[in-house]
Design a protein around this ligand. Structure first.
Ligand code: IPE
Ligand code: IPE
Ligand code: MG
Length: 232
């Protein structure tokens, strides 16, 4: 599924830097994660208002299980409280929520809450918000490959991998690191990359607007010769 100017854009954000944000202010890392959750709603609403079609937020990687159990427990609890506290507001805002990644390690209660939030918001159409949690792009690719026959086409494979969500158009990573950390590897084949040193808890709607303005200046060629810059 090649991106073009006709579909609404797919934006991905690697929400990084919560731990450093807290440490700098003399707090525990968990404090940074809580403040990170508070930063989500205004950003999501700004993304919706900017006419983005799909927003994928990277919240917890499958490698994040390697962190201390206490920090992992905080992150799992925060997903649960986010779903509990935000689902009504998301539905009212016309936002459909789905969660990508493994479910089998999250526990019965959290998995049930995810399924309920997904069902509750299934009819919303203004923005598709995907939270990547216990997510590994390499695992997702291997899983899709397992189910693919030998004659599968690239487009069919992409569809199987992402359920019809278009390729990533713009990837923002906060927190200063310039790497993908196993996020949407296949889907990022032609994504524009934008790295900002700003830590996630400090990320605001104005920074979304700046990022989208920067994206609009990028000339996407998809391997062809230069054409006009995208107007998204
Ligand atoms: C992002 O912030 C959230 C997760 C990865 C769960 P970090 O916790 O990675 O924060 P830093 O990178 O240590 O500052
Ligand atoms: C990537 O951040 C995962 C999320 C933001 C959820 P990490 O902080 O885990 O990535 P690395 O370890 O710095 O690559
Ligand atoms: Mg980090």
């Amino acid at each position: 599924m090649q991106s073009d100017i006709h579909h609404k854009i797919h934006l991905g954000i690697i929400m990084d830097g919560n731990g450093r944000w807290a440490t700098r202010l003399g707090h525990e890392r968990g404090w940074g994660h809580r403040e990170g959750v508070r930063a989500i709603r205004p950003v999501v609403e700004a993304v919706r208002d900017a006419g983005v079609g799909t927003l994928t937020l990277y919240a917890f990687s499958s490698d994040n299980w390697r962190r201390p159990a206490a920090e992992v427990a905080i992150l799992l609890r925060l997903l649960g409280s986010y779903l509990r506290d935000e689902i009504e507001s998301l539905v009212r805002a016309g936002i459909r929520l789905t969660v990508i990644g493994r479910r089998d390690r999250l526990g019965v209660r959290l998995s049930r809450r995810i399924a309920e939030a997904e069902a509750r918001s299934a009819m919303a159409e203004r923005l598709h918000l995907r939270i990547a949690f216990d997510y590994s792009s390499r695992d997702a690719i291997v899983e899709a490959a397992r189910l693919a026959g030998p004659n599968i086409t690239r487009d069919d494979f992409a569809h199987r991998l992402s359920g019809g969500v278009p390729d990533l158009d713009l990837l923002i990573r906060t927190g200063g690191e310039q790497r993908l950390s196993d996020f949407l590897l296949f889907e990022s084949a032609y994504a524009e990359l934008l790295f900002t040193p700003r830590l996630w808890p400090d990320f605001r709607p104005s920074h979304v607007e700046e990022a989208l303005a920067e994206f609009r200046t990028r000339q996407r060629r998809f391997g062809a010769l230069p054409g006009p810059a995208v107007a998204a």
